[in-house]
Ligand binder design. Structure first.
Ligand code: MN
Length: 252
């Protein structure tokens, strides 16, 4: 659980929960804010979420490693925010792949979704089926594509949104960190971040249990930490089939 007022004009909450069916929580998250003011200005605050999967080297280790490497590398590379996001993504993939790429530790990987948040805008780097949404009164939009078999079918118009949410093969991921020698993240943005806007980053444990309407209603009616708790509680009340992790950043 995290509830933090940033030095920048936003408030961030986060929560990760094992759910009701899984023995372990293989999701992981981190919110990184540098001490150095110059660095905060050029790089913002970095919120990272990962949903690990499989192998003897468990998905939990893959997701934690990816989040930590991302958080360390992003603030160290001497380039602009977009290039720093890409470089941190490559570093995270290299570390996880080096640990599991020979197959001896089983096949493991992790989704990885990172959002660099600035006072007026944000930038997303993303691979996998975790999601980023933006919510403002009256509307909520998903900003990331799901890199999953079902997600690709949906983008091609072969499946509706609700059908996709309940599809038996929705767990098949088509892009993730640690599965191959290289991974290319999708970059979205910079996108505007206006007063009252909420950015939500979530694992599929949330988006597979709640409809977009249910998510929006909670997100827009509470402050970030309370929204995170309410979202996780509702996912669990509806069955808690998977680990659920949420990060919410609200612009003051
Ligand atoms: Mn999951």
């Amino acid at each position: 659980m995290l509830d933090r007022k940033s030095k920048l004009p936003f408030t961030i909450g986060a929560k990760s929960d094992r759910g009701r069916k899984r023995r372990r929580n293989e999701d992981y998250f981190g919110v990184f804010e540098p001490e150095n003011e110059e660095l905060t200005e050029s790089r913002g605050v970095l919120a990272v979420l990962a949903d690990g999967m499989g192998g003897h080297f468990s998905g939990g280790e893959a997701s934690r490693m990816a989040v930590e490497v991302m958080g360390e590398t992003y603030f160290k590379t001497a380039e602009n925010a977009v290039n720093a996001l890409k470089a941190a993504f490559v570093a995270a993939n290299n570390e996880v792949f080096a640990r599991v790429g020979d197959g001896k530790n089983g096949v493991a990987g992790t989704t990885l979704t990172a959002v660099a948040i600035f006072p007026g805008e944000f930038i997303i780097a993303h691979a996998g089926d975790s999601r980023v949404y933006i919510a403002r009164p009256g509307r909520m939009d998903q900003l990331t594509k799901d890199h999953s078999l079902v997600g690709e079918m949906m983008h091609k118009g072969l499946l509706g949104r609700e059908e996709a949410r309940n599809h038996p093969r929705r767990n098949i991921i088509t892009r993730a960190v640690g599965l191959r020698e290289n991974v290319e993240p999708d970059i979205e943005g910079p996108l505007p971040f206006r007063p009252g806007d909420r950015i939500l980053i979530c694992s599929d444990g949330l988006s597979s249990m709640l409809s977009d309407g249910e998510i929006a209603a909670i997100l827009l009616s509470k402050d970030p930490a309370a929204a995170c708790k309410a979202l996780v509680d509702m996912a669990n009340e509806k069955g808690g089939d998977d680990n659920t992790t949420v990060i919410v950043a609200m612009r003051d």
